[in-house]
Design a protein. Structure first.
Length: 219
């Protein structure tokens, strides 16, 4: 993963100005050629907290989070029992200590490649069971199936990916599935954005700073 050069400074300033102990930011997804292939503005802290009990809404994974040493000491670090969702479980504990702040800029580039995730769906289900037992949360199966669809796509297994996309749509994640298919279609087009076809209003403009700092990183 890649960071914009100003990421830490902006997050530290936001933590100071908001008085909050942890801060996340926006992220774009890039391929191995550093082309932007996805990414939308991050949720507001209120939206983030509303989704957190049922699924991990953090953009960019751990690469997007800055937390004070004191709050991590208070709630504890990553729980080694979790094979796949230790970050999600840590965000739940951090949220219990206080809400996060957000820097609504694309300061992280999350690199997508076939080795991002293993196909250990049994381990994922075990993690979900742990979280459900610990917090009484009912997982958002639409989001989970959407996530698994991308896991299979990255491994080149299209048939199970399509099956999980279908399950995601059936469980209420029709809009994310539609966006994923639009992203996949755009990847076939020769463009710096891997195709900048119709999107949610403002998303392309929101990504523009990431295009600029990624170009600087590429030198």
């Amino acid at each position: 993963d890649l960071w914009a050069s100003e990421k830490l400074a902006l997050q530290l300033a936001t933590a100071r100005d908001s008085g909050r102990q942890w801060v996340y930011t926006g992220a774009v997804r890039i391929d191995l050629r550093q082309r932007i292939i996805g990414g939308t503005p991050p949720p507001t802290p209120e939206e983030f907290l509303a989704h957190l009990p049922r699924w991990n809404p953090m953009p960019g994974g751990c690469s997007g989070v800055l937390a004070s040493a004191s709050v991590v000491a208070e709630v504890g670090s990553f729980d080694a029992r979790y094979q796949h969702f230790a970050d999600w479980e840590l965000w739940i504990r951090l949220a219990g200590a206080g809400p996060p702040a957000v820097v609504d800029q694309p300061l992280v580039a999350y690199r997508i490649h076939p080795g991002n995730r293993t196909l250990d769906t049994v381990g994922m289900r075990e993690d979900l069971a742990l979280i459900e037992d610990a917090y009484g949360n009912t997982p958002d199966w639409g989001a989970i199936h959407h996530y698994l669809a991308w896991v299979y796509l990255r491994s080149g297994r299209r048939v199970p990916a399509l099956r999980h996309f279908g399950q995601a749509a059936l469980h209420g994640s029709l809009v994310p599935v539609a966006r994923s298919f639009a992203t996949l279609a755009r990847r076939r087009l020769p463009s710096r954005l891997a195709g900048a076809g119709p999107e949610v209003a403002g998303v392309t403009a929101w990504r523009q700073p990431a295009i600029e700092w990624l170009d600087r990183v590429a030198g």
